[in-house]
Design a protein around this ligand. Sequence first.
Ligand code: F6R
Length: 609
Amino acid sequence: MCGIVGYIGRHQATPFLLEGLSKLEYRGYDSAGIAVYHDGKIDVEKCVGRLDALRQKLIGHEPVGTVGIGHTRWATHGKPSDINAHPHVDDTGMFAVVHNGIIENYMPLKQELVKKGHHFKSQTDTEVVPHLMAEYYNGDFEATVRKVLSIIKGSYSLVFLCAKEPDKIICAKKNNPLVIGLGKGENYIASDIPAIISKTRDTYILADGEMAIVMADSVRVTDLNGKPVDKKVFRVTWDAEAAEKGGFEHFMLKEIYEQPKCVRDTLRGRLSRENDEISLPELNWTPDFLKKLRKIFIVACGTAYHAGIVGKYYIEKMARIPVEVDIASEFRYRDPIIDDSCLCIVISQSGETSDTLEALKEAKRRGAATMAVTNVVGSSIAREADQVIYTYAGPEIAVASTKAYTTQLIIMLILSLYISKLLGKIEDKRLHDLIQGILRIPEQMHEILENVDPIKVFAANYASCEDAFFLGRSLDYAVALEGALKLKEISYIHAEAYAAGELKHGTLALIEEGVPVIVLATQPHVYDKTISNLQEVKSRGAIVIGIGMQGDKELAKHANSVITIPQADEELAPILAVIPLQLLAYYAALARGCDVDKPRNLAKSVTVE
Ligand code: F6R
């Protein structure tokens, strides 16, 4: 999730572009750039690193001009570098483009454009856009944008500048945010409100499938066929801090609500609804390579480790390859039995966690093939691993990981399907059902997020408790671990997760009158056993909140209250069931007055041992 700004008016564009981008810095980025029109040409300046690096670069030759666009990049395709930074231009420099999102079909488009004589400089998906503009330009900027939008597939907020028609900036949106700030004799464009809030509070919030032709004195919004759209002015009443959080009280809540989009982005281009194809071109594994694997190790820390536990269930169940999951700080010092007959998968949101990085190096030293699942392109872990699959969760700012976890689960799931398909271990019907189920997840997440009142009530009732327990069997146990971690790290309530069948081997002694116990019951094959464990704690006075599938009447009979998730295949349930637990932790922390986004003693990226 990169930052976008644009300006057209009477004043110099560069100062606003830099200021606007600085207001989006909190989102995280790895490079920055601007493009400003002047005297028949577009001047592009960009570089890897922080905005300050760009400011330094501009000293003495700041682009002059009253029309410009700017961008801070969070790499998705191609590592962070000067060349990969936006804006991107075509060979003649007539078009400059900034983009947030992913162009899914950029590869075939790029190949075609190269055949037609276009020269590409970057590794990005975005660069196809200015080349397409140059290829189809017929003297009508607006018509050419429409043509190009009809060709590209994927998600975008796109902003275009054309040296032949510098009286306008054109922008368009699909599945990525874009706002137009309305000024007097000047107008602004931004991917997010904080960038423009110091200039104007009157905005048009573009909807999917809309584009805007922004001139100094007017803004015209149309659909993709050119039909005018009557936009209502949205007056921003948030203060600057609330605007950064998109109107949410905390980044954590914003990120919880971003999960449907993050899952969609992570799935984009990887699963086909039509023919059950799984596309992971990042991996060059053959059936032969997989057949020779003696064991897969999954190594990670914290929440990413919990995603690894789910990954073990998936891979072992579907692909029937033994999997060992390790905490990175243990793995690196425990002399693991790992060699060239093994594959080591590391999972890390930041890609910089020191223990995970060192564990990865250790696995490599011992001859294992390595693969990373990470959210940060070009991170140390991404560079070190033989192969990388990226989650497209966008920058995660709250210390407590939420959207990174669900996208990690998505990757572990499609990876397991990919391996089992290559090995011929999964029946076509099962594969079909799972793929269709996965594609429904974003919608089902929305459904959960629209009905949070029962969670708020439970969090308010039990926010003053000192201890809480999370129980589950099979995949529910893996989710219980994550639920307990979320609760303890942000609300400081002592929380423990147990495999439900293990409780009676000691921990049951801690269950007494009034202790809240969250019981996950989404796994049909162990459902009855879970209910028995629920009864064991309930009969000892625990207040039980059950997390189950919609329509589960049995759970409602036994638990004190029930929170439901939409009906889903048992393999998919963890990706949904974790959301009520994230919300429970969030609202409990809120009720206790904790600093939700920055819990005490914790850092977002743990680069020390
Ligand atoms: C918990 C949390 C941490 C991280 C852990 C690994 O909410 O965020 O447990 O999951 O520090 O971090 P990454 O994934 O960046 O390696």
